[in-house]
Design a protein around this ligand. Sequence first.
Ligand code: SAH
Ligand code: SF4
Ligand code: F3S
Length: 468
Amino acid sequence: METKKRVITEEEREAQRVFARQVAERIAGKEQKACVVTYGCQQNEADSERLAGELVAMGYTMVSSEKEADVILVNTCAVREHAELRALSITGGYKHLKEKNPDLIIGICGCMVSQVVRSETIKHSYPYVDFVFGTEHLWRLPEMLYAAMVGGRGFYPNVGEAVVCEGVPVHRESSFRAWVSIMYGCNNFCTYCIVPYVRGRERSRRPEDILSEVNELVRDGYREITLLGQNVNSYGKEFGDECDFADLLDRICAIPGDFIVRFMTSHPKDASRKLIDTMARNPKVAKHFHLPLQSGSDRLLGEMNRHYDTDTYRELVSYMREKMPDISLTTDIIIGFPGETEEDFADTLSMLSEMKYDMLFSFLYSKREGTPAARMENQIPESVKAERMTRLLALQEKIAEEKSKKEVGKVLRVLCEGESKNNPSKLTGRTEGNKIVLFDGDIARKGTFVKVKITEGAAFALYGEIVD
Ligand code: SAH
Ligand code: SF4
Ligand code: F3S
């Protein structure tokens, strides 16, 4: 399929800076607040940090409650129906905020409204929403916001461009963990998935741009960098042999400093031996691999258009474990894909027992309009999906608990994230393998690496004590 990659020019960026100054002039001296509400994956979180970056650059103060805000942006997700329903319901709730404050500006963006039907729904059923823009227009926020302030409602649908824009300011949530998108979009068209339709064709950022962003983050004291893409293993295809994903990782690891690098997501059809070798020899790469399996049935993997079978997957995992025996392995599973029989599901359960994942993200199949799977026969009743989910979670809980118990006695490096939300008397953090650990300690440890000796392992968390 043709890729219409478009890199935003310096002139276009300058035009946005002019709009940004005009917005800044209009709000000068007024103490204006803005709130970005985010649904969906890390890509969306990374995008929201750019939206917030633009808002801060224009003079807004970021707040976490919509009730206080003068500008609300909702960055939506479309991956499952549930995500869309939540975004629509929260948007519905803003009606009364707008009635109280007619100057409030509401913008809806992201994957959900990158579908024409959803953008039309907002246009007709949510008249108090001021502007709606697809994922391709994120870099134009100053222009769209200015237009909403001086003009009427604005609608900016995607036009099929694979946009890359450098230089957008970023307002990061954390001062020690950072998202770095290395590529955008997806070309894989798994038959259940909406992402390629709402995020456009795959395109990569230039390695120099990524390296300079990471360099700056490390200089600013960031300790964990997560490289993001829908399929990071196909990073850099458009640059030929110049720099593939393994090369990029090598170059990032060469940056001096005390930090670790993570990445997601990997597609089993593209994850290479070269990447595994690169991980194994670079101590800065976290020893964690997120490798979505989706289903343990070869027949269903075919129907899903995944381009691998369970044997290829097995070989990849055994190579990985041979090179990095302690690597943590996590996956995504879809339950109830059209036509999933009891045998297919049993194959998924047996892959779980065989792979022994450290963690599992499991999703009930959700029909996405416009995708091939939505038109397939034999859609699975919700009650069957739910029952299978219960069995899957029960099995995984046992596996995760067994794996956690094996960690007891080990001393692990943990990036301390601060107080645990569920247990504020404890500190929390994640191991390189991305497992949650709870331990006692001083809050001053937040944002630093600590050595923790694991004393107890449960299915969803480890417990331990600081030993350094
Ligand atoms: N690009 C990544 C992640 C995409 S979305 C990848 O290829 O793995 C994250 C997860 O959502 C997917 O891995 C899949 O398990 C799940 N997912 C995607 N579409 C879905 C749908 N229609 N119903 C249920 N789960 C879905
Ligand atoms: Fe969706 Fe497949 Fe692309 Fe992942 S690789 S975003 S599951 S189409
Ligand atoms: Fe992510 Fe949801 Fe879009 S999972 S790419 S925010 S559809």
